[in-house]
Design a protein around this ligand. Structure first.
Ligand SMILES: Nc1ncnc2c1ncn2[C@@H]1O[C@H](COP(=O)(O)OP(=O)(O)OP(=O)(O)O)[C@@H](O)[C@H]1O
Length: 311
């Protein structure tokens, strides 16, 4: 099936400097795509162009096959957008605001009531229909922000840091809601929180210094940097030289009397080699565990930052 969004050779220059350059990607019709990048990497610029809030300097964006520059009104019918600061009018009631949002999104006037009821139901805010927005908690304001983004049943929903500023319970609720929405919508999610990416996203794009530096599944992101250390716990640790003599072992560090961190040189079977050396030499092997590379370390590596040396 054709993707819902196609971004081709997208570049943007605000004044002199390029904010993004030659970005290319596609978005599947279902599921959650996480957009990652450091501050100032170019995420908002990319999202604003895709959502039709900013006109690109170069390149093309197709939403559901429609060129956003050639037919922005039709393209925008397919997009729901929750900006970082939801555009809520605090003196409106929930109903008034959603009706207004539906009108702005050109929903057929005869279908507005039904569209508003559907959006409230999906976002769990139907019982607050008559409440003034300023009297809603942060979590419910965010639900309302999501409701306005889906009121016109767009195929593609863009959420810019939707859990920002929420408490841990509200964060879990919003994550659950976003996952439910992603069952029948394509969702593009921008976030700084890597645990959120891990909890929610199917695919990941990462932008750094205006360039796309990673594009793949969450699993591919997770495995982007292969582990090269393990932790070994020994009842009778030998002299360092004996461990360093094992083929493939290149460095070690004592974490405590019985625990060592060992760096190896990418041999696939290294843990087996070390485990059998420990057993054969009577070093009293208690535990051997490969150290996984954290998402933070992968993010740092893709951002071009040096990883902290663990030795
Ligand atoms: N209106 C503007 N005028 C000039 N430069 C801008 C403007 N908006 C953004 N920039 C610059 O463009 C680059 C990309 O910014 P952008 O806001 O897209 O990054 P971001 O990844 O969304 O960052 P953040 O996570 O901090 O929101 C940055 O260098 C930024 O300073």
């Amino acid at each position: 099936m054709e993707s819902i969004v196609k971004v081709e050779h997208l570049s943007h220059r605000y004044t002199v400097d390029w904010a993004i350059q030659d970005i290319n990607f596609e978005v599947n019709r279902k599921g959650i795509l996480g957009l990652l990048g450091s501050n100032g990497a170019g995420k908002s610029t990319t999202m604003n162009i895709i959502c039709g809030v900013l006109n690109q300097t170069d390149g093309t964006v197709y939403i559901n096959g429609i060129d956003t520059r050639k037919n922005s009104v039709e393209a925008k019918k397919n997009i729901g957008f929750l900006p970082q600061k939801p555009p809520l009018y605090s003196d409106h009631t929930v109903d008034e605001f959603l009706i207004f949002a539906a009108e702005m999104r050109l929903v057929d006037p005869k279908k507005i009531k039904q569209a508003v009821e559907m959006a409230k139901e999906r976002c769990g805010i139907a019982h607050f229909s008559k409440r003034l927005i300023r009297n809603l908690s942060g979590g419910y304001q965010q639900r309302l922000g999501i409701a306005q983004a889906i009121v016109h049943s767009p195929k593609f929903v863009v959420l810019d840091e939707p859990t920002n500023g929420l408490d841990p319970n509200q964060i879990l609720e919003i994550r659950k809601l976003v996952k439910e929405i992603a069952v029948d919508h394509a969702v593009l999610l921008s976030t700084h929180i890597l645990s959120e990416v891990q909890a929610m996203c199917d695919d990941i794009k990462m932008i750094e210094h205006g360039h796309l530096v990673f594009s793949g599944t969450l699993e591919e992101f997770d495995n982007y940097v292969k582990p090269d250390t393990f932790i070994v716990k020994l009842d009778n640790p030998p002299e360092d030289e004996e461990i360093l003599a094992i083929p493939g072992v290149v460095r070690l560090k004592h974490l405590d009397k019985n625990t060592l961190r060992v760096r190896f040189d990418k041999r696939e079977d290294i843990t087996e080699i070390v485990a059998s050396a420990c057993v054969n030499n009577g070093w009293g092997l208690c535990e051997i565990t490969l150290e996984r590379i954290s998402l933070e370390e992968i993010f740092a590596q893709l951002s071009g930052k040096r990883l902290i040396d663990k030795f």
